[in-house]
Design a protein around this ligand. Structure first.
Ligand code: KG4
Ligand code: ZN
Length: 393
């Protein structure tokens, strides 16, 4: 079953062809970073217009790279939310019209569900390629950490009609951010320090030259649930260390330096950063990574699962990946983190999630529409009622 996936929830226009939810035949991602970089963040109106321009060529390219004609598609999967409505609508309407014209089934996919399926998809591909990896085990606690989301889910599966029949996945949300997403915090700190956009990858690179222990931001305390997140306080703590100091003057100078140099290399950018700036971002990154790892491990322990999955754009972060690997090893969890291209927004993950939906008989009808907010697993939001004592291991 070859599914065409379409993703346009934010600033990437993406299309992919995936066979049986297990093999990527093609995956095309047209990034809008150059369009939004000069504004230091995504401008929704510009994003929708660019999706309109790109959607057709991106879908055609996905077919071409897969060596397929559009009529050979067995189904279409589109992101229905959450995201920017104007952006979502472009992919959704295109996918809906295509499915209708081809008389093929259509699946609406929650973007977060897509990120979760990136883990399963890569695991299946690795096994098919004989890489000797074990099958991904469910239930698993999954951290979806990106520019728009920071949420913990317990992901389970059911075989309603026996083991050989299609799987139905279930998602229980254990916690989520109460303010900024982790990726948003990276992007805002980078903007404050005039380092460029998107901030996550830039901070990841520059932080290697900084001392992660130089600034002690302390632990992030959550009043109420331990499995929720909050990054706006940390972002404000960075702001207070910059505002009215030499670091702010330095950031202003960097802004002027960067203006004609949007493509400056990391080495060139680093030369424009004082050691104090490098130490500050390394310490910030350290605080974010520590918090994400600790809460995810606490969730896995509370949910009594053996597997931890980490996915979403921030899962590309090298420190975060190393910390998760270290903590999972020492505490006996099996960790799965997709390769960076599958962590950031892509349409292969949407096609993979859509494949399972179509197999399970969950095709969408003509009423499918875009939703700016579309909760996943909300009804069973238990979070195990764990209170944050401020003393996580
Ligand atoms: O999953 P994604 O492509 O889009 C959303 O669904 O939001 O994630 C984009 C986010 C951005 O905030 C970006 O700064 C962050 O992921 N990101 C990173 C890294 N690579 C991307 N954050 C930290 N370290 C990275 N290496
Ligand atoms: Zn995403």
């Amino acid at each position: 079953m070859r599914i065409l996936g379409i993703e346009s929830s934010c600033d990437e226009t993406a299309a992919a062809m995936v066979a049986d939810g297990a093999q990527i035949l093609s995956s095309v991602v047209a990034s809008q970073i150059p369009t939004h970089a000069k504004y230091g963040g995504v401008v929704p109106e510009l994003a929708s217009r660019e999706h309109l321009r790109k959607i057709e060529p991106v879908v055609s390219e996905a077919c071409r790279r897969a060596g397929m004609g559009i009529k050979e598609v067995d189904g279409v999967a589109v992101t229905e939310g959450p995201g920017l409505v104007g952006s979502l609508l472009v992919g959704l309407v295109y996918g809906k019209a295509l499915a209708r014209a081809l008389a093929k089934p259509l699946a609406g996919v929650n973007h977060l569900e897509g990120h979760i399926h990136a883990v399963l998809l890569e695991n299946k591909m690795d096994r098919l390629a004989g890489k000797g990896v074990d099958e991904a085990q469910l239930p698993a606690v999954t951290l979806v950490v990106s520019g728009g989301h920071t949420s913990l889910f317990r992901v389970g599966e059911k075989h309603p009609a026996g083991n050989s029949q299609p799987v139905v996945f279930n998602y229980e949300r254990l916690g989520q951010t109460r303010d900024d997403a982790a990726g948003e915090a990276f992007d805002k700190v980078a903007r404050l320090l005039e380092l460029g956009y998107p901030g996550g990858p830039i901070i990841d690179q520059l932080a290697r030259w900084g001392d992660a222990e130089a600034v002690d931001f302390g632990r992030i305390k959550m009043r109420g649930k331990l499995l929720d997140f909050s990054f706006s306080g940390l972002k404000t703590a960075v702001l207070y260390r910059v505002r009215g100091t030499a670091l702010a003057v330095e950031a202003e100078e960097r802004r002027a330096w960067r203006r004609p140099r949007h493509n400056a290399s990391t080495a060139e950018l680093r030369a424009q950063c004082s050691q104090a700036t490098l130490d500050l971002i390394a310490s910030f990154q350290n605080a974010v990574a520590r918090d994400l790892v600790e809460r995810t491990l606490a969730a896995a322990e509370a949910a009594q699962v053996d597997s931890i999955w980490v996915t979403g754009g921030v899962a590309c972060n090298s420190l975060l990946r190393a910390r998760f690997a270290e903590a999972s090893r020492s505490r006996g969890f099996r960790l799965l983190v997709p390769s960076p291209a599958l962590c950031t927004d892509n349409a292969a993950m949407i096609a993979a999630a859509g494949y399972h939906k179509l197999r399970a008989g969950q095709a969408a009808d003509a009423t499918l529409t875009a939703h700016a907010s579309l909760p996943l697993g909300e009804k069973q939001d238990s979070g195990f009622g764990i209170q944050d004592s401020g003393k996580m291991a």
